[in-house]
Design a protein around this ligand. Structure first.
Ligand SMILES: [Ca+2]
Ligand SMILES: [Ca+2]
Ligand SMILES: [Ca+2]
Ligand SMILES: [Zn+2]
Length: 331
């Protein structure tokens, strides 16, 4: 909770520093235009910008702050992208955002390199490790779930990916009792990290996000991300998953469930986020029809919007996973 309160402070800073963020974000043409007009009119408060824009400004600020911290530590990785998923009843659609200070934006997306010696938190060659925060962060503020229950739901979701026949990918848990979460200055112990429900507060309809960190060389003043296996993708260092604590932005505590019926279902969201952890992007067209009903083409766990419990992987989810991992670690 302490850190969520700190997040409040950080968000006030976001509000104050929005014009600066906007100028830094000039490659995001839409953002720059919107805020530039506001600035030109001398107004402090925008006239109802799209909620997704606010979601993304806040995500970008989290990423910038994390990267400033990593600069100070002399780390050889930086957060490069964040992918967020929204709840279907929010009327918003999730997206991917790219950190402001990513120098070589052309290679926006990243993937793990087999046998990458830089991933010292990874398992023996060919193993992808994961870790789940078991501190108080593992307990959502509402819904009554306990740490063992959220832990079990995340493990079930992990096993759904691990059990796909097309890949021989061992997903191995790293036991760790401390507070996990590099974005908030906590531990790095695995390739895929579940940081919990109490580290970051997302805005709008965002219910979860996965941050992708990639290796850089050099890392200062602007990170140049590496591609040591020349596959056209940044080399993933690790990925972190955060679950949203409050509806909207510090609204009522968000209710999380694990019965496979009640929203918001932990296993379903974990399944989606672990998909990102395993390098899958969002898939499928998602839109609202004229009556405001959510539509998918096709329906997939990797759709950018949560539409209720879906604890099994669907066709395109399997296809995407097999495309990424069938040859691992020989690719
Ligand atoms: Ca944590
Ligand atoms: Ca929220
Ligand atoms: Ca690469
Ligand atoms: Zn997503």
């Amino acid at each position: 909770m302490k850190k969520v309160l700190c997040a409040i402070c950080a968000m006030f800073l976001v509000a104050i520093s929005i014009p600066l963020i906007v100028e830094a974000a000039s490659p995001h043409g839409k953002l720059a235009t919107t805020w530039g007009q506001i600035k030109g009119e001398g107004r402090r408060v925008p006239a109802a910008p799209a909620i997704s824009t606010i979601n993304e400004v806040i995500l970008l600020d989290m990423m910038d702050a994390a990267n400033v911290g990593l600069d100070g530590q002399g780390a050889d990785y930086r957060v490069a992208t964040a992918e967020y998923i929204t709840s279907g009843d929010s009327g918003e659609i999730g997206n991917t955002v790219i950190a402001n200070d990513v120098g070589n934006k052309r290679l926006a997306f990243s993937d793990f390199v087999p046998f990458d010696a830089r991933r010292t938190w990874s398992g023996p060659a060919g193993t992808i490790t994961y870790a789940i925060d078991t501190t108080g962060d593992a307990v959502p503020f509402a819904g009554g779930l306990t740490q063992p229950q959220t832990d079990a739901a995340i493990v079930r979701a992990t096993n759904s990916w691990d059990n796909l026949n097309c890949s021989n990918l061992p997903l191995v848990r790293t036991p760790f009792a401390g507070d996990i979460g590099v974005i908030v200055g906590e531990a790095l112990v695995a390739d895929i990290q579940h940081a919990g429900w109490r580290d970051l507060e997302f805005s709008g309809g965002t219910i979860g996000a996965t941050f992708s960190f990639a290796f850089c060389d050099p890392c200062v003043p602007t990170p140049v991300f590496t591609d040591i296996n020349n596959n056209g993708l940044f080399d993933t260092a690790f990925r972190e998953i955060y679950y949203d604590p409050f509806v909207g932005f510090f609204g009522p505590p968000r209710v999380w469930a694990d019965d496979g019926v009640t929203n918001i279902d932990v296993e379903t969201v974990a399944l989606h986020e672990i998909g990102h952890g395993l390098s899958q992007a969002h898939f499928g067209k998602v839109f609202f029809d004229k009556k405001g009903n959510l539509k998918f083409a096709p329906k997939a766990v990797m759709n950018a919007v949560y539409a209720g419990p879906q604890q099994t992987l669907l066709g395109t989810d399997n296809g995407g996973h097999c495309g990424n991992w069938a040859q691992w670690p020989n690719n």
